[in-house]
Design a binder for this molecule. Structure first.
Ligand SMILES: Nc1ncnc2c1ncn2[C@@H]1O[C@H](COP(=O)(O)OP(=O)(O)OP(=O)(O)O)[C@@H](O)[C@H]1O
Ligand SMILES: [Mg+2]
Length: 260
């Protein structure tokens, strides 16, 4: 049976979909069978990041309405044969899609996978509760800003009312130069504030925000790899986002970034 993660945040635009796609892909590359479920009904874009846009015949609303089985709606990603996508409904609002319907759909495919990741919509409305009710564990994505941390704190308190077996945080878009100059929160500041374990730290990386999709080898690739090792229960040191900005060359890099 798969371990089912919901990837959530509270504040929008912090990188949930980007991380869901990239963590899913890295796990698939490690030989794990992974399904990523687009829980962001209407404003979906997980299909684009996993390369299955326009490849889906059925979506989650077809499964819930009984037009097809969940297995038939799964689309294999061209990025890796172990990565499958369950696309969300393409209609804008789908209140008729119940949490129970999505839960049954996910439960019917979980035997085929090692991991299922459910990409959550922003906010704490119906879509959030629908996605969380399907999961065993939660990953809360947070960026190192006060607003994001405050929203994550609210989300974590709501998540605690669910019977989840774990809640972890990923700090996304961290900048080592800003942390060293005291202009940004560090992952330790965030961990101490939220009192939830940090699963990983992902640097702010132009490669991740580019329109190309696929597996990244650079800094963000290393950081995502470290997260996936931890998810697989292996020992892994978190990505050292400060290393680049320490020592002789690091100081020059930091100064150049400051002048930009
Ligand atoms: N580590 C990163 N470095 C640089 N850009 C990033 C990083 N993570 C995400 N982004 C960019 O931030 C933007 C928002 O990312 P994404 O759509 O994944 O956020 P989201 O939390 O899913 O948003 P929403 O709440 O609207 O669903 C995208 O343009 C993405 O490419
Ligand atoms: Mg998203």
């Amino acid at each position: 049976m798969a371990i089912k993660y919901v990837v959530t945040s509270g504040k929008g635009g912090v990188g949930k979909t980007t991380l869901t796609a990239n963590i899913g892909l890295k796990l698939a590359e490690s030989g794990k069978r992974v399904a990523v479920v687009d829980g962001d009904l209407g404003l979906n874009n997980l299909d684009v990041l996993t390369g299955v846009e326009n490849k889906s015949v059925f979506d989650l609303s077809d499964v819930v309405s009984g037009k097809c089985r969940a297995k038939q709606a799964l689309v294999e990603s061209p990025l890796n044969k172990n990565l499958f996508v369950l696309p969300s409904a393409h209609t804008l609002t789908s209140p008729e899609i119940s949490g129970q319907g999505i839960k049954s759909a996910i439960n019917s495919i979980e035997g085929l996978f090692d991991y299922v990741f459910i990409d959550c919509p922003a906010g704490i409305d119906l879509g959030f509760h629908r996605a969380v009710s399907c999961a065993d564990r939660a990953i809360v994505v947070v960026t190192p800003t006060i607003t994001s941390v405050r929203d994550a704190d609210k989300v974590i308190s709501i998540l605690k009312s669910y019977a989840l077996s774990g809640i972890e945080v990923i700090v996304n878009r961290i900048r080592g130069d800003l942390v060293l100059s005291g202009k940004s929160l560090s992952e330790t500041d965030i961990e101490n504030t939220l009192k939830v374990e940090v699963l990983g730290v992902i640097p702010d990386d132009d490669a991740l925000s580019s329109i190309t999709f696929g597996s990244f080898l650079g800094d963000s690739g290393k950081a995502i790899k470290s997260v996936t090792l931890k998810i697989m229960g292996k020992n892994s040191r978190p990505y050292d986002y400060l290393k680049k900005y320490t020592g002789f060359w690091g100081s020059i890099r930091k100064e150049l970034k400051r002048r930009l």
